[in-house]
Design a protein around this ligand. Structure first.
Ligand code: SAM
Length: 247
């Protein structure tokens, strides 16, 4: 999900100064600079088209940001990903970023409870010539993951991107750690959750931000001590934590 300019962000600069933090994203202007200098000029036309389609949808704040799309696309190429999974598709911006990065015979098992939004972006994905890489499954992800484990798909995914219901992230992790291969990567999105992970207890957070915040913080704590993975939490988009399975 893209970073939202909300009330929580106003608490961040003070925190940054307090800890002498050298985040790249010290201002909105700097973020715009990244987008305009390095992201938009290189964004494939079909991804821009999908971004424009999504911008007209009422839930467009959910979409993956263009800089994060670019990051995912490059990461997938760097790790030579072929068999991937995505939990949380919406209109498909991160899905398209993934599909464009995979080889012709690459695969994405894509899950979302809402097919309608996926179908909104599907014509653009088809136009991009990558729809054949996508196996879309409608429904809640947890039972689908259990089915994959029952079917013996342990260790078969090179990359898994998780961008759906934050209150299930730890439940996803319990299953995904078995489904990703050793050396493969899981990316958990929104791990800085609008900056709310550092908001004081009395901060005026939006209801949904407050609700999911504790789940995100629990996940962050659990990932930090999980000996089965190496991690790196990046301030890209709304925060993405990459987990490389090591055992
Ligand atoms: C933040 S959006 C995903 C954004 C998407 N990655 C993109 O690039 O636009 C979250 C999505 O998760 C889906 N979702 C919510 N709960 C889910 C669940 N239990 N299983 C699968 N998908 C779910 C929602 O329908 C929504 O489309």
């Amino acid at each position: 999900m893209a970073t939202i300019n909300g009330e929580v962000q106003q608490t961040q600069p003070a925190r940054h100064q307090e800890v002498g933090h050298k985040s790249l994203l010290q201002s909105d202007a700097l973020y715009q600079y990244i987008l305009e200098t390095s992201v938009y000029p290189r964004e494939p036309e079909v991804m821009k088209e999908l971004r424009d389609v999504t911008a007209k949808h009422p839930w467009n704040l959910m979409t993956t940001s263009a800089d994060e799309g670019q990051f995912l696309n490059l990461l997938l190429k760097l790790i030579n990903a072929k068999n991937t999974m995505e939990i949380g598709v919406y209109t498909g911006y991160s899905l398209l970023a993934t599909a464009l990065a995979l080889p012709e015979d690459g695969k994405i098992l894509a899950m979302d409870i809402n097919r309608e939004n996926f179908e909104l972006g599907l014509p653009v994905i088809q136009k991009a010539g990558v729809a054949h890489k996508i196996d879309f499954r409608e429904g809640p992800a947890l039972p689908l993951l259990d089915q994959l484990l029952e079917d013996g798909k342990h260790g078969s995914f090179d990359f898994i991107f998780v961008d759906a219901d934050k209150d299930n992230y730890l439940n996803y992790h319990k299953r995904l750690i078995d489904l990703v291969k050793v050396g493969g990567v899981i990316g958990y999105d929104n791990t800085l959750w609008n900056g709310s992970v550092v908001a004081p207890p009395d901060a005026p957070l939006r209801k949904y931000v407050r609700y999911y915040r504790d789940f995100v913080m629990e996940l962050n704590k659990a990932l930090a001590v999980d000996p089965r993975i190496e991690i790196c939490q990046l301030p890209v988009g709304d925060g993405i934590t990459l987990c490389r399975r090591i055992s």
